[in-house]
Design a protein around this ligand. Sequence first.
Ligand code: UGA
Length: 437
Amino acid sequence: MKNICVVGTGYVGLVSGTGLADFGNNVVCVDINKEKIDMLLNGKIPIYEPGLKEVLDRNVQAGRLSFSTEVDKAIQAADVVFSAVGTPPGKGGEADLDAVWKVGETFAKNLNSYKIFVNKSTVPVGTGKKVYQLISEKKNNTVGFDVVSNPEFLREGSAVGDFLRPDRVVIGSSSAKAAEIMKDVYRPLYLRETPVVETNIETAELIKYASNAFLAVKITFINEIANLCDIVGGDVHIVAKAMGLDGRISPKFLHPGPGYGGSCFPKDTLALTQIFREHGISTKLVEAAVEVNENQKRLVVGKTKQLLPDLKDKTIAILGLSFKPNTDDTRESPAKTIIPILEDAGAHVQVFDPVAMEDFRRDFPKLDYRISPYHAAENAHAIVLLTEWNEFRDMNLEKLKNTMIEPNFIDTRNVYNKRIMNSHGFRYVGMGRSLID
Ligand code: UGA
């Protein structure tokens, strides 16, 4: 078991640090944001991630997990330093790596014994090599080090389970010594025979982008099929189910919706198209997915107009602001595109989300925030359900309808079905099965 420093206490850093401690390592999670570290030291978690607090508390109590703003000290004491800092999109869609370079420099400055720099953040191919060069240039002694790419595959909302029971672990390194140490870091997973892919740094970096882009393309594909189903009278769920029965396709990530969002797919698809371009070739497929996904969000407004042709002075209830359930993250959520279009068309928007309203308020401070789905639907001419929170799955439909002026329901996640909604007096459109009873 190793002494580990995790730099960055966002979703990735905090979940990874907690998981690494749960594997038996001694972990210090560091951040330059004092407010976040103070919260953690007081037993509070700065993000909403189901199950995290329990595992975190357990490891803090066992003395394996601590939090600090003293980055230098934590790196000096570590065998392995994980960089889990943000890599937001830059102006041209490329990943902005300033924070990664900064961690590289701090690592170099504190290289008092052999250490491994592990990149957990999603970074373009070639970054590992550049970090290696940077550290070599900045360090002022002859102490050895290695750089490893160990991408994360954590889904927000189920990140703890994804870390503790991953489908695979990817270790990209050109050093046998570093690969051996990483095995020790992940020893419980080796014992459980989790598949471990050992490869070079470039391949590991690419695996992450290829995985996210592929999933984004898969979602986009089923969204297009859903749109066709709406025209020809097909049922997209049955299409997806039958497709998924083919083991080569798999049924996962074939659920239609208002377009993928979040901090990963939109950013990583754009960054991948940029990486292709930088190398003088193009990825028509991923570029198309980016474009189709943008249109998918707008299509939700089209569906609303199907039921309510003139939006001027109409009240629309939006249910769900996070990009998916079980997270308070609203980055690139479809709601952020759809709400302004509805408002521009003259509609008044009333919104409710069980967890994400605070996060949404940062970008949309003046919206009409409501305290329940029923409160959001009060005097509304239509409900647009954007996120499939459990709370929206078994709403009291009579109560909902009775509070509305017009019972129109646009269900972008196919939580309900047309027959049941019609029987409760709603006019209903879903995604890819609007003509199905
Ligand atoms: C995604 C990947 O699933 C993780 O493996 C990866 O580690 C992570 O990005 C990352 O790069 O850090 P995440 O963004 O948390 O995880 O969310 P997903 O569950 O993948 O969902 C992304 C979006 O796709 C959501 O807006 C969701 O509503 C949408 N989606 C997903 C669909 O519209 N249909 C589906 O069938 C599945």
